[in-house]
Design a protein around this ligand. Structure first.
Ligand SMILES: [Mn+2]
Length: 436
């Protein structure tokens, strides 16, 4: 008897990997611990005939000849097969592990271990199905595609690999149903979650901390609502904040703080662990007992100021020292200088003070007007958008887009200390794992 299992709270990647393992092995009992994610639950209740699942207690464990564990190998996440895990060290069955997570201190080691850092573990199993020339029925191809979509954010999360995209493409060739994929990927809030979302949105206050804007909300709920993590992410998405912390007060004096961040310079999980909770980089939570909202907020604020967010700053990225020109420089000289330095524009400085910016385009315009014999000051822009050296890079990016300029002179105490160009910003935006 083959048993296929995954971690508790199975998500689509976990479930899809089980379905793929079942096909690879030509059958098997899929063990699914309760609860599973809402989306997997909704999918399963409609597709019961296709995917029979069971509990460990339904099985005669002495009959197990092979155990396939997918999407985790961390023993602590396998409580739903704790008897089999207990037998693993002196097992009489074959053990196969498929995973895409980093090693933890408490890992199962199988007879065969397929572990690669892909966006979705389903990808790894799909590659094997493809290599073995399996034909996948439409419903199964749809589940497998959902697994890859779910764990890669539809191929947009930073750790997505070209192999995830290739596996997804193969599943479409196999007939994965896009209408059904779209249906199960859409976030659908339950009425109680919608009410909570409205309450959060109404209470959001944005507070600048070390120059970045972090949003807070304090919400009183009249009953227990499940899925507040989802509510918090929807509020973050709708508000467009870098990070959002919601203090949910339910009954008595329990307060659950849920944090979510889109900015990579915030590590919500680390912050929540310091407060006694948990989570990962983008999301985390902590529950306080016997505490007032003011106290809870105070602890959160204290922790935030003890280890403040570290966004990239203008001074980390700007070009310095900066080459400048005087307003009296003839345009012909400026042109020569620009092409020699390979710049498309330069700040104009008189007696140490920034008085304008002049660009190649300004010079070309002067040419067309027949003004090329004149000086820099005749065609420079005087109303110059600038940025402070300690401003977050994000603020500089917004200013560049809002003013539609390609360079921002960087000032400290009114003194020109550098220049930030589109090229500087793009270099950071395209760098893996850095910046915003
Ligand atoms: Mn996964």
């Amino acid at each position: 008897m083959i048993v296929i299992a995954t971690h508790d709270h199975a998500d689509f990647d976990a479930f899809a990997a089980m379905v793929a393992a079942r096909r690879l092995h030509g059958g098997g009992h899929m063990v699914l611990g309760r609860p599973v994610s809402d989306y997997v639950h909704a999918f399963l209740s409609l597709h019961k005939e296709h995917f029979t699942v069971c509990k460990e207690s339904d099985l005669d464990l002495d009959q197990v000849t092979k155990l396939v564990v997918v999407d985790t190998r961390d023993i602590r996440r396998l409580k739903n097969i704790k008897e089999l895990v207990k037998r693993a060290p002196e097992r009489t069955f074959d053990l196969e592990v498929w995973d895409h997570h980093c090693a933890s201190g408490d890992d199962l080691v199988g007879d065969r271990n397929y572990v690669e850092p892909l966006g979705a573990v389903t990808t790894l199993l799909v590659e094997r199905l493809r290599a073995e020339d399996h034909q996948i029925p439409e419903i199964e191809a749809t589940v497998l595609a959902l697994g890859i979509h779910a764990d890669t954010g539809s191929l947009t999360f930073p750790y997505t690999t070209p192999r995830d995209a290739e596996a997804l493409s193969w599943l479409l060739f196999q007939g994965a149903n896009l209408k059904m994929i779209g249906h199960y990927l859409r976030t659908r809030l339950k009425p109680a979650q919608r009410d909570a979302l409205l309450a959060v949105m109404a209470k959001v206050q944005v507070q600048p901390i070390v120059g970045v804007e972090i949003a807070f909300a304090e919400v009183q709920l009249d009953r227990q609502v499940t899925g507040l993590a989802e509510v918090t992410s929807e509020a973050l998405k709708a508000g467009g904040h870098d990070a959002l912390f919601v203090l949910y007060k339910v009954r008595g004096n329990r307060i659950t703080v849920i944090g979510r961040a889109t900015a990579r310079w915030m590590d919500i999980g680390a912050l929540m662990r310091r407060l006694g909770g948990g989570g990962h980089r983008g999301a985390g939570a902590v529950t306080f007992k016997a505490i007032s909202p003011d106290e809870a907020r105070g602890r959160l604020q204290a922790e935030l100021s003890r280890e403040p967010p570290q966004p990239a700053r203008v001074s980390d990225v700007m070009s310095t020292p900066v080459e400048t020109v005087a307003p009296e420089l003839p345009l012909t000289e400026l042109e020569r200088l620009l092409s020699e330095l390979g710049h498309t524009g330069m700040p104009v400085v008189r007696r140490g003070k920034l008085v304008g910016v002049v660009s190649k385009r300004d010079v070309q315009r002067a040419h067309r007007r027949g003004d090329s014999h004149r000086q820099v000051r005749s065609c420079m822009s005087q109303n110059v958008a600038t940025i402070a050296a300690d401003a977050p890079l994000d603020a500089a990016l917004h200013r560049m887009v809002a003013k539609d300029v390609g360079r921002l002179p960087v000032l400290t105490d009114g003194k020109l200390v550098g220049i930030l160009t589109r090229t500087d910003v793009l270099r950071v935006l395209y760098a893996p794992g850095k910046g915003e």
